[in-house]
Design a protein around this ligand. Sequence first.
Ligand code: TYD
Ligand code: MG
Length: 464
Amino acid sequence: MTRNSSFYICQSCGAQSKQYFGRCSSCGDWNSIIEQKQSLSGNRNKKNHTGSDLETRPLRSEPIASVRSKPLTRMKSGYSEFDRVLGGGLVPGSLVLVGGDPGIGKSTLLLQSASAMAKDYSVLYVSAEESAQQVRLRWKRLEGEVSNLQLLAETDLDTILGELKSFQPSVAIIDSIQALNDENLSSTPGSITQVRECSAALQRIAKQQEIALLIVGHVTKEGMLAGPKVLEHLVDAVLTFEGDRFASHRLLRAVKNRYGATHELGVFEMQGEGLKEIKNPSEIFLSGDSASGISTIVACEGTRSLVVDLQALVSATTYATPRRTATGIGINRLHQILAVLEKHMSLALSRYDCYLAVGGGLEVEEPAADLGIAAAIVSSFKDLQLPPGTVLIGEIGLGGQLRPVSQITKRLEEAVRLGFNRAVIPKTNQNDNINNQIKLKIIEVKNISEALIAALDTISEQNI
Ligand code: TYD
Ligand code: MG
């Protein structure tokens, strides 16, 4: 009797089944299932699991305390913003996935970094998307400095693995994983099976030879990296490169990092001759304008604090349901803050449209921005400017109370550094040992009405 050695795999979600279906029962996509011969990595190293030889095997586990620790060495990427996001530098033998929309600058970032690293380490840049001439042209445009960067324009997985074995680089860059092709597989490059198998093979060789591997992955039309989460589990770090299509600055963010903090942020600017680091990013998120509807918050992204301007526009609605849009802040957060203001400040905001935006295309997720959002809305609603030089920090509870926020000292220090002289913060934060050295007038408030009255009082003083 012959055993069926095929299985079926959905190219959209990666679900496997023993039978062919026209529609994937997991994700619901039509015609996305293809047949796969069982020659995959899972079988390559198949061991006998019958348990027949279990008793004869020597013990392989060991007490955790006696595991020999190896000091973690890190290779500098040549850019301090990149190192910051990596947690201090590239770790030998680690896999880092760099994802982002097409055209955002992934190849530029990695080529610049590879070129800089090639001065100290042996670096192999594998370009599966562009020809060697194209990469050379880009490299010339970026700096053209003599460096020992080794280049391979290839899509075939076996050739790349062979090159990694014979050249034995310390760092290798694969641009991009979706363009690689494993000949043993019937599916097309970029499909889930290809991406998974190619990355597994690359991972094995990276761990064996202690190569720090940087892999470029495109974001799919659903906004996911290199197929639905296929790679994110496999790699040690996932970095996303994002930015406003209409602005020149780019944000590199760590979404997952086994060797550093997540949510760490690096800021770059795309210029005519490549990406430049921005070491003082607060300045690009501050508009410097003073008008009604503008407030300033201090957001924390990983270990970095950023002073950011928020803008709100509140105007009487002409629709049955008022329009609410938010750029850079979750829409639910905006709805919640509007409801709190309506209930606890008796502002009839349900008859007003409200538009909210964060300066510089930043996404602010943390609740510490709540007070700033509320102040921007009230400032636009009352058409009163908030006092200049003031930052607002605090999370707003549903009862209108202000909740403490994390890392308050760090936030206040950043505000002082940028010349701010007044901060409105939650009263509950007072017991945190706020550094007495901070030269800032601190106004502690218990709830949203106290916070806004404090601000509005200052405004009326100014108006007089
Ligand atoms: P690229 O690195 O090719 O993007 P990705 O690999 O993420 O698809 O970047 C392409 C864009 O960057 C392209 O629109 C041109 C622009 N660019 C510059 O503005 N300056 C430069 O020096 C370079 C090399 C590219
Ligand atoms: Mg590219």
